[in-house]
Design a protein around this ligand. Structure first.
Ligand code: NDP
Ligand code: 2IT
Length: 449
């Protein structure tokens, strides 16, 4: 193990997800340090693995019965080398400092790949929005923002959504920020359309992941037409990934939530997808209900005692993990390979374990790491910030076009960096190296800060 990795593990005891994200980057950027000894002298690895600032705070709130609850809120401001801190907020019971730090770390390189001026950050709370009333969610969001507002701003730190934070939560968070700061600014992205949001922002992560997949397939003279795809998750990213795959002629046969997954051999068509959107976004129901509406589908309950996830064990050509981290382990990766999957585009952040990634790369799959494949979401957040600054809204076609151009450019950047460092076709190395060089060069320009 490298000295720097030992240092990161010692200084961040027990933060397994953070270690995992750092280890991957450190391993892939080693050739960059070997070629540029001045980077070592400037201790760039030590600097980028130490967040610029971490804010941890108490979030007390009252439920509908008058019972008080306390959650823990976080904002990790990882790097402002190329722009103000930018990244989502996650509300999920599994949120820990380690999860926040891994996500903030990934965000730094992802944002650099978009070519927009955004540093990296992430935040959230160990709050579970599931089963809570709208009023409870509102009170939680208001309490969360009552502390966060003093640390963020349209030129300082601009949060957005992530797991458990969608249009409803962004609305409540924005309302409280506006009241406390007494200003109406683009301090959050993912806002609703009628008060400052951007067209295509809800679609952007999923669409971007599919645009990236289409670019990868084009390098082998293929398209998505007729290809069977496995998609995990049933939230924002999974829904719009499915929508774009259908538009490009592919067939989606799976979707999931944390309770289980459905397999619909006939394919999830537009009508079925519209049902899933209603089920998940307004009724806040479970994916299990899909099989009551469409009885030909099979539902399998999640079983955490298994050493694999059966969702990844179906005949298919493409896989789009779009739920959460470490959702594809080594066994799942072998199942994917043995079922004929030749492309994996990571819509979620760090969905593949290091073992799974090694299997994908050894077996020559087209493998797009999350920081490249899912960068479309934050890219359109950047476009939302630009529109807010100008106080105008671009039409849908313009934003979608810019998203396509950005995903195409990230794809090329990854391939070029991979070739430059002797790893042709390795998108993981390419994404990490290109993002890293962009951020580190900006840090060095700005002196020892
Ligand atoms: P949503 O909250 O909209 O949906 C998340 C989906 O994943 C739900 O179906 C949820 O199931 C499932 N899920 C969440 N946690 C777990 C878990 N621990 N185990 C199994 N299933 C789980 O979130 P998003 O779609 O926005 O986010 C999905 C992924 O994409 C995350 O990794 C996020 O970081 C990443 N991402 C999101 C972006 C965005 O713009 N929203 C941008 C880039 C990346 P359930 O309904 O049971 O909770
Ligand atoms: O992981 C991510 O890139 C996001 N959740 C979106 C962040 C953003 O600021 O739009």
């Amino acid at each position: 193990m490298s000295d720097i990795m030992e240092l990161v593990i010692t200084k961040n005891t027990g933060e397994m997800e953070f270690h995992q994200a750092v280890q991957e980057v450190i391993e892939t950027v080693k050739p960059v340090l070997d070629r540029n000894p001045e980077y070592r002298q400037a201790a760039v690895l030590e600097r980028i693995t130490e967040p610029e600032r971490i804010i941890i705070f108490r979030v007390p709130w009252m439920d509908d019965q008058g019972q008080v609850h306390v959650n823990r809120g976080f904002r990790v401001e990882m790097s402002s080398a190329i722009g103000p801190y930018k990244g989502g907020l996650r509300f999920h019971p599994s949120v820990t400092l380690s999860i926040m730090k891994f996500l903030a770390f990934e965000q730094v390189f992802k944002n650099a790949l978009t070519t927009l001026a955004m540093g990296g950050g992430k935040g959230g709370a160990d709050f579970n929005p599931k089963g809570k009333s709208d009023s409870e969610v509102m009170r939680f969001c208001q309490s969360f923002m009552a502390e966060l507002f003093r640390h963020i701003g349209p030129n300082t730190d601009i949060p957005a959504g992530d797991i458990g934070v969608g249009a409803r939560e962004i609305g409540y968070l924005f309302g409280m920020y506006k009241k406390l700061a007494n200003e109406f600014t683009g301090v959050l992205t993912g806002k609703s359309l009628n008060w400052g949001g951007s067209l295509i922002r809800p679609e952007a992560t999923g669409y971007g992941s599919v645009y990236f997949a289409a670019e990868m397939l084009a390098t082998r003279n293929q398209t998505l037409e007729g290809k069977v795809c496995l998609v995990s998750g049933a939230g924002n990213v999974a829904q719009f990934t499915t929508e774009k795959i259908l538009e490009l002629g592919g067939k989606v046969v799976t979707l999931s939530d944390s309770s289980g997954y459905i397999y619909d051999e006939g394919g999830i068509n537009e009508e079925k997808l519209a049902y899933v959107k209603r089920l998940k976004n307004s009724q806040r129901g479970r994916i299990e209900e899909y099989k009551e509406k469409y009885p030909n589908a099979l539902y399998t309950k999640a079983d955490l005692t298994l050493d694999h996830n059966p969702l990844w064990n179906h005949k298919a050509v493409c896989a789009f993990p779009s739920a959460t981290e470490n959702e594809i382990n080594g066994n799942d990766a072998w199942n994917l390979v043995n079922n004929g999957v030749s492309l994996v585009s990571e819509g979620s952040n760090m969905p593949s374990t290091p073992e799974a990634i090694e299997i994908f790369i050894d077996n020559k799959l087209l493998f797009a790491p999350g920081k490249a494949a899912n960068a479309g979401g934050v890219a359109v957040s950047g476009l939302e910030m630009a529109q807010n600054s100008m106080r105008l809204n671009w039409p849908k076609e313009e934003v979608d076009n810019r998203l396509k151009i950005i995903m195409k450019s990230i794809h090329k950047t990854c391939l070029d960096a991979a070739v430059d460092y002797g790893k042709p076709g390795n998108y993981l190395a390419g994404a990490n190296i290109a993002g890293f060089v962009h951020v580190v060069d900006a840090m060095l320009d700005q002196g020892l800060i």
